[in-house]
Design a protein around this ligand. Structure first.
Ligand code: AMP
Length: 214
């Protein structure tokens, strides 16, 4: 089975954490548009420069920029084995563009996992999240602490708090999710691809719940 999966859910639902685990388990690439955009910013590309203000303010980067970036990524050879899309699509426009791309490749999605997550859990996770600026590994000050405080277990670099994980921006991102991304739940329900999981669960029990869908 070639898994072509979308993880859908608000920021802080655990999409990134679970995408990394699933990616290793099934040997398929984890494609996070947030990570791709942050690395464009770090490299100082034209795309990174255009995206930065939107990201810092908790708003969505315009569809055409993100769609083009994803199209390039999905053209790479490793995605023939399947993939996990994390943070894309985030608007109905993006979902339609993805459908078109996949139709051309005759390789449709086969699963959309919706992480159904309560606001209290989201705020707790995002406000305690720490991220490695170098390798993108994520931690949480209480739930997933690194072995040495403030230092990435994987590459030894310092951990930082993402600018968009500050309380004001978190609120904005949740609003944006409700308005622009939540309509995708219905979109994928109609296409009979949607399976909901309980995003409030800790990592291990949620992995067990996710495993039932593979
Ligand atoms: P994430 O790491 O998935 O939380 O994404 C961080 C930020 O990157 C988002 O708040 C958006 O500003 C931007 N971003 C990531 N993915 C997308 C997307 N599919 N469409 C538009 N903006 C995105």
């Amino acid at each position: 089975m070639t898994w072509r999966i979308v993880l859908l859910g608000p920021p802080g639902a655990g999409k990134g954490t679970h995408a990394k685990i699933l990616s290793e388990r099934y040997g398929i690439p984890h494609i996070s548009t947030g990570d791709l955009l942050r690395s464009q910013i770090q490299s100082g590309t034209a795309l990174g420069k255009r995206a930065k203000t939107f990201i810092d303010n908790g708003r969505l980067v315009p569809d055409d920029l993100v769609v083009e970036m994803v199209k390039d990524r999905l053209g790479e050879p490793d995605v023939r084995a399947g993939y996990i899309l994390d943070g894309f699509p985030r608007t109905v426009e993006q979902a339609k563009a993805l459908d078109e791309m996949l139709k051309e490749n005759k390789a449709p999605l086969n699963l959309v996992l919706e992480f159904d997550t309560s606001e209290a859990v989201i705020i707790n996770r995002l406000s305690g999240r720490r991220t490695c600026a170098r390798c993108n590994a994520n931690y949480h000050v209480r739930n997933i602490p690194p072995k040495r405080e403030g230092i990435c277990d994987q590459c030894g670099s310092p951990l930082v708090q993402r600018k968009d994980d500050q309380p004001e921006t978190i609120r904005k991102r949740l609003e944006v999710y409700e308005r622009q991304t939540a309509p995708l739940i219905e979109f994928y329900k109609q296409r009979q691809l949607l399976r909901a999981v309980n995003g409030d669960l800790e990592v291990k029990p949620l992995q067990e719940e996710l495993a039932q869908h593979f």
